[in-house]
Design a protein around this ligand. Structure first.
Ligand code: HEC
Length: 112
């Protein structure tokens, strides 16, 4: 009995740890998106100049290569996927920051 409850509490601890981390990741990624000006052109839910990040998540939800594609696209800039307004190249975020931001976008840009 003791053993079982120990296992149960270990599982619970691991679960709450992983939710805690996901929340911290979302908060950090959305703070980076603000810091690097992404949110000046992108709404979380809907289009501003560029598409809303949740619209982006929806478009690529079945695309396993989306993370790499979008990291490259944001870095280089581009046009034509969402309309005729171009996204300028984004040099601000470091590689790991950009990966975190794109991962956050593809996970549906949760608030936390
Ligand atoms: C000056 C405005 C502007 C800024 C700043 C900007 N974007 Fe964009 N973004 C756009 C536009 C416009 C598009 C649509 C481009 C297209 O239609 O191909 C876009 C498209 C995207 C897409 C979807 C690309 C695709 O091919 O589907 C992602 C992801 C994205 N932006 C992320 C970011 C991130 C992350 C940042 C900050 C580092 C950022 N954007 C900064 C305007 C901007």
């Amino acid at each position: 009995m003791i053993r079982r409850s120990l296992i149960a509490s270990a599982v619970l601890a691991a679960l709450s740890l992983s939710t805690g981390t996901a929340q911290a990741d979302a908060a950090a990624a959305s703070a980076s998106a603000a810091k690097y000006g992404c949110l000046g052109c992108h709404g979380v839910a809907s289009k501003v100049v560029g598409p809303g990040f949740r619209e982006v998540a929806d478009k690529y939800k079945a695309d396993k290569a989306a993370e790499a594609t979008l990291i490259a696209k944001v870095r280089a800039g581009g046009v034509g996927t969402w309309g005729q307004i171009p996204m300028p190249p984004q040099a601000g975020p470091k590689d790991d920051e950009l990966k975190a931001i794109v991962g956050w976008i593809l996970s549906g840009a949760p608030d936390k």
